[in-house]
Design a binder for this molecule. Structure first.
Ligand code: K7E
Ligand code: CUA
Length: 655
């Protein structure tokens, strides 16, 4: 096995080098063809046809692009502090980043997935998982703001996540790194048979989208890597790839590649949900943070929760099976009809296609090949429907165009291969520049893909753009997939490491996108809705500044009576009621960030003055011709001084 692996890796490196030397010319010549340019060109002021939400990887965020232009439209902060708008710094948003490990200001996001109704994208919410500190977030597609983050106890490496079922009943979160469950102090080399790989099922409230950790399926300690739900006839099932069924704990790149086949876990979640409804499962320990942002009070709160319902997969007969899959599978995808489940063995050259019907038959006929820790293993031959043998190396992920074709990425041979469902025949292959990970077709993992464009999300950028030192942004490539052959249209850089992405027709989101917050509906505790109510209140060494902004001034704009050692809370309400007129607020010497306050919104930032003097604050967002004049002063006196607390409004001092 060692040799095969070395060979594969060596071959991969070779291909990469060849790719960098020669193929790039061909690629850019293709994209320069004028017909291709027209396909991605938007006249100034025109809108894109699709939104593409790209995972930010180690940036912890989610970026929004337009397709086909490849223009980046926005970065939405999710798991990371974001000084651009104060997320994770402002008093209101800090709670979003609380976890059972304390405040975690960073994350590694992987798989965004858009909510579905009847298996079709519905544009309500987008979910995304965080791998390092196991968490899942829900982002509103009305405000494009993170509204909820739930932590997953007993899990480690939340990778097989956050895929949604076809009516957004559940999203899943699988444990990528097997760990003791419950966590305990034990020798690492005794892991075999002792570690576990819990799979979390989070139910979604259909009205508000609120997430609830309903149960964890306490699976054997393999590494659960990726997942997809069944749809249509296979709705009610979830499929998970696993690797390291060897349960190796050291030199995994060799020791976790010994078995000829690893497993796909097939889980009938409907059966387990029913079992729990009837009182099944055991409540086990597990502390986790559940953070929710309330749009009305504009404030996030953390609830620390205890305990989770754990289900032993052997307890629910007929609900959990393993299917053998060759060579350390990574991606797992289900075709739009829900009939086929595709497993991609990343050290193999082939894709294994399983039939849902055959799986059901094998279960009925008890066509088992033994078991793993008491979980029946369905015989490979009886569930396998076909094999896609493209000769490519390192297959990772598959998406579908809704016209009967699958598109699979090959990391090592650096290409996307188009193949036909049913015949499993290869139709086309196009190089990617370079080493593609995931790919995305808008709606490509739903019942109804929009098979016009495909985006490959490449891991290695090398020579595609002007060099920017050793660190380069990853590269995405847009292909036209309307013809028999895929056509490369455009290169564009992405931010962080976009593992997966989710695309949706713009019309499903555009009209409902919020333009500003209604001042009347602002229920923030410290909001002021007109300048006459702006004021200061002292409570011991805490001073609350109730301030407003409107083009082009702060109210109040001068403040006196602040003392060294005070904690000054600036509560800024933006009185504007117009699209795209934010005001910013920055204070010299603040140890947090600036804040960007949307029209109708209130945000708070703390300032602890260190030195006596007269210190300026100002608006950070160029909001009008008199933006530079949008500033004020705070007079800071000695701790024991008796300077009176007062503030200026319309040129007059108040107190
Ligand atoms: Cu393949 Cu995290 Cu989905 Cu990266 S994962 S590529
Ligand atoms: Cu307000 Cu610049």
């Amino acid at each position: 096995m060692k040799t095969i692996q070395k060979l594969l890796l060596g071959l991969g490196a070779g291909l990469l080098l060849i790719g960098c030397g020669n193929n790039s010319k061909e690629g850019s010549a293709g994209a320069m063809a004028s017909s291709n340019a027209e396909k991605v060109y938007l006249a100034p002021g025109e809108h894109d046809e699709f939104y593409a939400f790209m995972s930010g990887g180690y940036s912890g965020n989610l970026t929004v692009y337009g397709l086909p232009s490849g223009r980046m439209l926005k970065e939405i902060p999710v798991f990371s502090q974001f000084p651009t708008n104060g997320y994770g710094y402002s008093e209101e948003s800090k709670a979003m980043l609380n976890t059972s490990f304390g405040f975690v200001p960073w994350g590694d996001s992987h798989h965004p997935d858009i909510s579905q109704t009847n298996g079709e994208l519905d544009g309500r919410w987008i979910f995304i998982n965080e791998n390092n500190t196991p968490r899942v977030a829900r982002i509103s597609l009305t405000t494009f703001e993170t509204e909820e983050i739930i932590e997953l106890p007993n899990s480690a490496g939340n990778h097989a996540s956050s895929f949604v079922t076809e009516n957004t009943e559940y999203i899943v979160a699988g444990t990528r790194f097997a760990v003791p469950n419950p966590q305990r102090d034990m020798p690492i080399d005794e892991m075999k048979g002792e570690f576990k790989g819990p799979l979390s099922f989070i139910s979604i409230d259909q009205e508000h989208g609120h997430m609830n950790l309903e149960f964890q399926l306490n699976m054997p300690g393999f590494n659960y890597d990726l997942a997809h739900p069944g749809r249509d006839k296979s709705h009610g099932w979830f499929f998970f790839t696993s690797y390291n069924t060897e349960e190796a704990h050291t030199m995994q790149e060799v020791n976790a590649s010994q078995n000829d086949k690893d497993f796909i876990a097939a889980v009938n979640w409907q059966m387990i949900a029913e079992y729990i409804k009837n009182g099944g499962g055991t409540k086990v320990a597990g502390t986790y943070a559940h953070n929710t942002y309330d749009e009305s009070t504009m404030t996030a709160t953390t609830e620390m929760k205890q305990g989770v319902i754990s289900v032993d997969p052997r307890e629910v007969e007929g609900a959990v099976y393993y299917m053998p899959v060759p060579k350390s599978p990574h991606g797992l995808d289900v075709d739009p009809s829900g009939r086929y489940i595709i497993g991609n063995g990343k050290l193999s050259t082939q894709l294994s296609v399983y039939s849902f019907e055959k799986i059901q038959n094998a279960i009925q006929n008890k066509d088992f090949d033994g078991d793993a820790y008491g979980i029946p293993i369905l015989s490979f031959e009886s569930v396998l429907e076909g094999v896609v043998d493209s000769g490519g190396l390192g297959p990772l992920h598959t998406e579908f165009d809704g016209k009967g074709f699958g598109y699979t990425t090959y990391f090592i041979s650096s290409e996307v291969v188009k193949w036909e469902l049913g015949t499993w025949e290869v139709i086309d292959r196009q190089p990617s520049y370079y080493s593609v990970g995931h790919l995305m077709i808008p709606g490509g993992n739903s019942r109804n893909p929009y098979g016009k464009y495909m985006v490959s999300l490449n891991k290695i950028t090398k020579d595609r753009y002007l060099p920017t030192g050793p660190e380069l942004e990853h590269s995405a490539q847009l292909y036209d997939i309307t013809g028999e052959k895929m056509e490369l249209l455009l290169d564009f850089p992405t931010h962080g490491e976009p593992h997966y992405a989710a695309g949706i027709p713009a019309e499903k989101i555009k009209a409902q996108s919020k333009k500003y917050y209604e001042l009347e509906e602002n229920n923030h505790k410290y909001a002021v809705k007109n300048e006459a109510d702006t004021r200061l209140e002292r409570n011991g060494n805490e001073v609350h500044v109730y301030a407003t902004t409107v083009r082009s001034h702060f109210a109040p704009d001068n403040i006196e009576g602040i003392k060294v050692g005070d904690k000054v809370y600036f509560h800024i309400t933006n009185l504007e009621q117009d699209f795209d007129v934010p005001h910013g607020f920055a204070m010299i010497g603040a140890n947090t960030s600036e804040i960007l306050v949307m029209p109708g919104q209130t945000k708070t930032i703390i300032w602890e003055p260190k030195r006596e003097g007269v210190w300026p604050f100002y608006c950070t967002d160029f909001c009008s011709a008199l933006h530079q004049e949008m500033q004020g002063y705070v007079r800071v006196s000695a701790k024991n001084s008796n300077t009176k607390l007062r503030w200026s409004l319309d040129d007059e001092w108040k107190d």
